[in-house]
Design a protein around this ligand. Structure first.
Ligand code: C2E
Ligand code: MG
Ligand code: MG
Length: 767
């Protein structure tokens, strides 16, 4: 085991000794070649020069011989002193040439012969000239043959001078080329050496940097041998595991790895041996602080790149990054408040579940759940309380589902449950019932006991041909039906609901124009005193004359107007119309019998701060005496946010108007609350009238209890939906004071009800 806790000091390495020696040798050879070459060329130059001089001298000698020969042939040589003189001078010139030739040292045999003969000839010529001998003609003859000889020797000398000079030139060029070649080779060599040195230096620097990087890196580096024994580990690894490098080397690798990841680690060891590399992959390893950390691992078999038999393991602590990645993934698919699946994840799971149906005989079900009256918790107790409630509800819904089922929150108070692999679809009903039961349990939020309920729509599919959107839409439609049917219930989707939903969508869109197009109207229904049958007042009931659908009843559009907010302008219009109508009737005789005007107010209107000022303004504008105006609020609205309702009703009462609780008996009013409510009238729901009149003793008992309670609280009672005389009689006997129903009058347009009211009042007065 090598421990390298500190990097060795780095020196820039030099070229090997033999390479340096070779460089020196090359330079020396270059110099020697240059010197030798130059010397050889010089010598050749010298030889060419002397051969050349020899040839010139020989030619001079030759021309002297020819002139002598010419002179000797002249007939008057003997007489002409000047000719003699001239010939002698030529001879001495020739002698000089001979002397010069001789002085040139190495003479060719031919040249030597020519010189010797020339010397002898000149001697003879001198004798002829000096002695005026008549031997001149023979001298002329030998001069000719001598001249040829000298010429030959001169030509030979010239040839050898030329050859020497060619040699010198060739040698010079060759030497020049050689020197040039050597110089170029030398320059290239030196350049290469310099570059090589630079590369070696930079490699050395890189190596030093690399070593420093490994030594100082927070990444963990290991080298293992063929037996997976640690040969080297970086200081960062020692710091990570809180052990010395030697201790790490001695410890079995498995000691550091989480048991769950041992199989993965072993597979990686095998992979790197088989294919030379493995990773990146994550391993959970034990940190020196005792906690588990996630490291990302990459391995390379170095034996592929070098002769060493080692595997390099490059790992880094990615725990924080993985946590962050997990968080981001969770954020993308998880509802942050409840930890349930969000819409994207739910949709994805649903898509997979639907896809699985293609090879399954089972079914899946989607439960769409919306809390009833949850807004009131948010509005009255604040969003923190609302969030707390949502978390608790989420836990309850999850508790009702099976462990593998997907429970999601789509936003607000909307939840979904995906039930997969259903053999029997009635299981969806069971789960829905369990959820309803759990949601109904009191919620203790900020020390206040709250009650909420849920409306659940169920959509089932046994075919993969449906899309997630279609199934969720069907469950949604069924959920709205559950709301419409009175909330706190489950409703299974039926195809007819889809038609209804489509109609509702159309209604929602057309309602926006209903006011502008003057399509809305108020009908009125009489409320009579059971004692004498005289109308005391009327209830204004809205109608919509839809251009295509005909007369649309309020139950078909009021809840939609509530959802899309149109109830606010519509409600204002109703109040204005009703108050104006009341004033109109009041202005007609008999003036002593003034009718009350009951106007229905929805939950959203009651919630809105504009209600009280609106009522005040409309009363003032219409001139209606407030004592004749009764606002009807349904019991379920009252109970959704009792504190707010009490405050609002008190404000309304302060205007001098009366308040009636509509549909009493259907909204599970707590009798304790009823005492605090500033109301004047209880309108008993038709269901109780029917029950009492049917002879059901229980129905009678309830009616009696309500009437008794009303008397105790000094409230007036009005029975709703009285359809026949026996019912009227029965409830009158039970103590009910007033009634409203088809028995007395149907809701009618103003003119019709006006005529009816006038007639019945006249009848009452006459009787
Ligand atoms: P509601 O206020 O309880 O009105 C009584 C409903 O019972 C009326 O239905 C009326 O036509 C019906 N009814 C009266 N007598 C009988 C009877 O003898 N038998 C039967 N079967 N029904 C009878 P309508 O007019 O369809 O109104 C339904 C509901 O719509 C009303 O119930 C009320 O809650 C709401 N509504 C009507 N007009 C308005 C309005 O202007 N504003 C608001 N916010 N809601 C309104
Ligand atoms: Mg009403
Ligand atoms: Mg009613």
């Amino acid at each position: 085991m090598r421990e390298r806790s500190e990097a060795p000091p780095h020196k820039t390495p030099r070229s090997p000794r033999y390479i340096r020696m070779f460089g020196v040798l090359l330079t020396a050879v270059m110099l020697l070649a240059a010197v030798g070459g130059t010397a050889a060329t010089y010598r050749l130059g010298q030889s060419a020069e002397s051969d050349n001089a020899l040839a010139i001298n020989a030619f001079d000698l030759n021309s002297a011989l020819r002139q002598i020969s010419g002179n000797l042939q002249l007939p008057n040589l003997e007489q002409t002193a000047s000719l003699k003189k001239e010939t002698q001078s030529v001879v001495s010139g020739a002698r000089q040439s001979i002397a010069l030739v001789r002085s040139d040292g190495t003479l060719s045999p031919l040249m030597k012969l020519a010189i010797d003969r020339s010397t002898a000839y000149l001697n003879a010529v001198e004798g002829v000239v000096r002695a005026h001998s008549s031997d001149a003609p023979s001298q002329v003859q030998s001069a000719d043959s001598l001249s040829d000889l000298v010429d030959q020797a001169a030509t030979e000398a010239q040839g050898s001078a030329h050859a020497a000079s060619v040699d010198e030139r060739t040698g010079g060029i060759a030497i020049l080329l050689l020197v040039l070649l050597l110089v170029v080779a030398g320059v290239l060599w030196q350049g290469r050496q310099r570059r090589r040195s630079a590369v070696i230096a930079s490699q050395a620097e890189g190596l030093a940097d690399f070593e420093a990087m490994i030594e100082n890196s927070t990444d963990l580096f290991f080298l293992t041998d063929t037996d997976n024994r640690t040969q080297y580990c970086s200081p960062s690894a020692a710091r990570f595991f809180g052990m010395s490098a030697a201790e790490i080397a001695d410890a079995p690798i498995g000691q550091f790895i989480n048991d769950d990841d041992l199989v993965k680690a072993t597979a990686a060891f095998n992979t790197v041996r088989a294919v030379g590399a493995a990773g990146p992959f994550d391993l959970s390893v034990r940190h020196h602080d005792g906690g588990w950390r996630t490291i990302e691992v990459m391995a390379n078999d170095l034996s592929l790149a070098s002769s060493g038999h080692a595997v390099a393991w490059h790992t880094r602590d990615v725990t924080d990054r993985r946590v962050l990645e997990e968080q981001l993934t969770r954020q993308a698919f998880e509802d942050p408040l409840t930890g349930l699946a969000n819409r994207a994840l739910f949709r994805d799971r649903l898509a997979h579940a639907l896809a699985r149906l293609s090879r399954s005989t089972r079914s899946i079900a989607v439960l769409m759940l919306d809390l009833d009256g949850f807004k009131a918790i948010n509005d009255s107790m604040g969003h923190d309380a609302g969030d707390e409630a949502l978390k608790e509800i989420a836990a309850r819904i999850s508790g009702a589902a099976r462990p593998g089922d997907t429970v999601g929150r789509l936003g607000g108070d909307e939840f979904t449950v995906l039930l997969d692999e259903l053999e029997d679809v009635t299981f969806a009903d069971e789960v829905a019932d369990r959820i309803l039961e759990l949601v109904r349990q009191p919620l203790l939020i900020q020390n206040v006991n709250l009650r909420v309920s849920a409306s659940i729509g169920i959509a089932v599919s046994d075919t993969h041909e449906m899309t997630p959107e279609e199934l969720m839409r069907d469950a949604d439609i069924a959920m709205y039906r559950a709301k419409g049917d009175g909330r706190d219930r489950r409703v299974a989707f039926e195809p007819a609901m889809h038609t209804r939903a489509t109609k509702q969508l159309r209604i929602s869109q057309d309602l926006a124009h209903a006011l502008d197009r003057d399509e809305l109207a108020l009908y009125y229904q009489a409320i009579v005193d059971l004692e004498d049958g005289v109308p005391q007042g009327v209830e204004a009931l809205i109608r919509w004359h839809h251009r295509d659908l005909g007369l649309v009843a309020p139950n078909d559009f009021i809840s939609i107007a509530e959802q899309n907010g149109l109830i606010l302008p519509i409600g204002r219009w109703v109040l204005e119309q009703a108050c104006a109508q009341a004033v109109a009737w009041h202005s007609e005789p008999p003036e002593e019998q003034k009718l009350t005007m009951s106007v229905n107010v929805s939950g959203r209107q009651l919630n809105h701060d504009s209600l009280v000022p609106d009522v005040r303004r409309i009363l003032a504008n219409s001139g209606l005496d407030p004592q004749y105006l009764i606002l009807e609020v349904t019991e379920s609205v009252v109970m959704s946010d009792i504190d707010m309702v009490i405050r609002r009703l008190n404000d309304l009462k302060a205007l001098g108007i009366s308040i009636a609780i509509d549909d009493f008996g259907t909204g599970y009013s707590s009798l304790a609350y009823l005492r605090q409510l500033p109301v004047d009238i209880l309108k008993i729901d038709k269901a109780f009238i029917d029950a009492a009149a049917s002879g059901d003793p229980g129905g009678d008992a309830i009616m009696r209890a309500i009437v008794h309670l009303s008397e105790g609280l000094h409230l007036k009672t009005i029975a709703e939906g009285v359809e026949d005389a026996s019912q009227a009689l029965h409830i009158k006997e039970l103590g009910c004071q007033s009634a409203q129903g088809f028995l007395f009058s149907r809701p009618m347009p103003p003119d019709d009800i006006g005529a009816f009211l006038a007639a019945s009042t006249r009848m009452a007065i006459r009787s």
